[in-house]
Design a protein around this ligand. Structure first.
Ligand code: SDX
Length: 431
């Protein structure tokens, strides 16, 4: 085992080096504080590994993304969302029997019970859909306490059912939020429909007239969900691990992850991209103003859908979605001016030294909204689609935490920069 050496106050401290299966190297600092009294400081953990994980491998410099070793472009071409969800959670591609069993579990657990429906009524019609989604997903722990005991051993025993229920019901709850906010009656799932077709049915059917998804529409949604299924230790997935490390149950941990995902710097970016493209279109601008503003460096003016915490090259998912955009719109006979604006924006940014020097490329959110819009998903539901897609990755990460016999509760340290010790000042002496 190689070691690193840390020289501190004239003393040398050997630190073990951990090497991952893809050759990634890490300095093991687990004993750093005990041996040196120092902690490591890494704001936002950009250079810190919080865990060893076997689910997804990212190489940000080379734009590589693999789930359990399978490259994302192969999964996008040959697999589908449900099969990829199984792979991410259980570690292997399912054989026909396992695929059938998993699909049946998803179909049997698609409905949301009447008592749970009452929760929706407690929200204003114009509530942010992600605020509704995180609350209602969290309530699954109240409605299924036998699957949410906050006891790792018991919860792992019922994991398969809880996982299938989470994936299936997060999809149904998403459709119900849409219907509730539109003032439309809920459309109940049909057990005979595949995952994406069932979602589109619950979104767009009328009480006496079923919406039957065009194959291209269902295929496009399938691709989007597959491409969002997992993405290593991103902000929301790390949140699920953090919450799960306290032995909180799967549903509660997923609710926390959905909350983290809602931020515009993260899963909320797909909505922000569309708002950006729409305002460029409405102003008859060609995006130049946005690019100029984005270079100001202020977080609120950023070119949404551009840049990434890990990728210093193209986000492979953006490439796949960007190509799919053309195919889907052509097949559906849609000409979306926002797609042309997005393409122009991409070309302009990729020639601009500000973006090139900072290695800022389109990420998964840059084109995904164009496809969602083409299949009829309203902009305020884009991040809900992201959350539906991401469920398997968050579930797999929760399971790694719950099943780790040597796991510890996540408890980062800090560098305190507040006031030093001082005595209490009675009110009479305060000015
Ligand atoms: C997702 O982690 C994941 O895997 C996430 C995700 C997943 O699947 O889970 O891939 C999903 O969250 C994709 C990202 C979606 N967010 C956006 O599209 C929002 C716009 N992008 C940025 O806000 C930003 O790029 C982040 C938040 C995504 C990444 O931020 P970092 O890694 O903290 O980058 P940074 O803030 O350190 O920026 C480095 C430099 C800064 O300039 P300088 O201080 O060096 O002068 O790049 C600039 C930033 O100002 N910069 C941008 C920019 N992103 C970074 N400038 C303009 N526009 C941008 N989009």
């Amino acid at each position: 085992m190689a070691t690193a050496s840390l020289k501190l106050d004239d003393k040398e401290y050997p630190l073990p080096v951990i090497v991952g299966t893809e050759g990634e190297k890490a300095i093991d600092t687990r004993k750093l504080r005990a041996e040196t009294g120092y902690i490591a400081y890494d704001q936002g953990y950009g250079n810190t590994g919080s865990c060893e994980s076997a689910i997804t491998y990212l190489d940000g410099d080379n734009g590589v993304l693999r789930h359990r070793g399978y490259p994302i472009d192969q999964l996008a071409q040959f697999s589908d969302y449900v099969e990829t969800a199984y792979l991410i959670i259980y570690g292997e591609l399912p054989n026909p029997a396992k695929r059938k069993e998993f699909g049946l579990l998803l179909r049997k657990n698609a409905a949301v019970e009447t008592q749970m429906q009452k929760i929706f009524e407690g929200f204003p019609k114009d509530a942010p859909p992600m605020a509704m989604l995180s609350s209602i997903v969290g309530s699954l722990a109240a409605h299924y306490p036998q699957l949410a005991t906050n006891n790792f051993e018991k919860d792992l025993k019922t994991f398969d059912l809880a996982a299938a229920m989470a994936i299936s019901k997060i999809r149904t709850i998403g459709a119900m939020i849409y219907r509730y906010q539109k003032g439309l009656p809920y459309i109940f799932p049909k057990q005979e429909l595949p995952f994406c077709e069932n979602f589109l049915h619950m979104m767009f059917s009328e009480p006496y007239k079923d919406y039957v998804a065009e194959p291209e529409v269902a295929k496009a949604l399938n691709l989007l969900l597959l491409l969002h299924a997992d993405h290593e230790q991103n902000c929301s997935t790390s949140t699920v691990r953090m919450v799960g490390s306290s032995a909180a149950n799967l549903f509660t941990s997923l609710s926390a992850g959905i909350s983290a995902l809602s931020g515009p710097l993260h899963g909320g970016a797909n909505t922000a991209v569309m708002q950006m493209l729409q305002s460029i279109h409405d102003e008859g601008d060609d995006g130049t103003r946005f690019i100029a503003a984005a270079k100001s460096g202020s977080k609120s003016n950023r070119l949404m859908g551009f840049g990434h915490p890990v990728y210093r090259n193209f986000d492979p998912r953006a490439k796949i979605i960007g190509k799919a955009c053309d195919d889907v719109l052509k097949k559906l006979g849609i000409k979306d001016p926002l797609l042309e604006i997005a393409k122009h924006l991409e070309q302009a940014a990729l020639k601009d030294d500000y973006f090139v020097s900072r290695k800022l490329y389109p990420n998964v959110d840059f084109y995904s909204g164009i496809i969602m819009r083409a299949i009829g998903i309203p902009t305020n539901m884009f991040t809900v689609i992201f959350a539906i897609g991401r469920a398997p990755g968050e579930i797999a990460n929760w399971r790694e935490v719950a099943a780790n016999p040597k796991g510890r509760i996540y408890r980062p340290r800090q560098v305190y920069v507040g006031p030093v010790k001082r005595d209490y000042v009675p009110m009479t002496q305060r000015t």
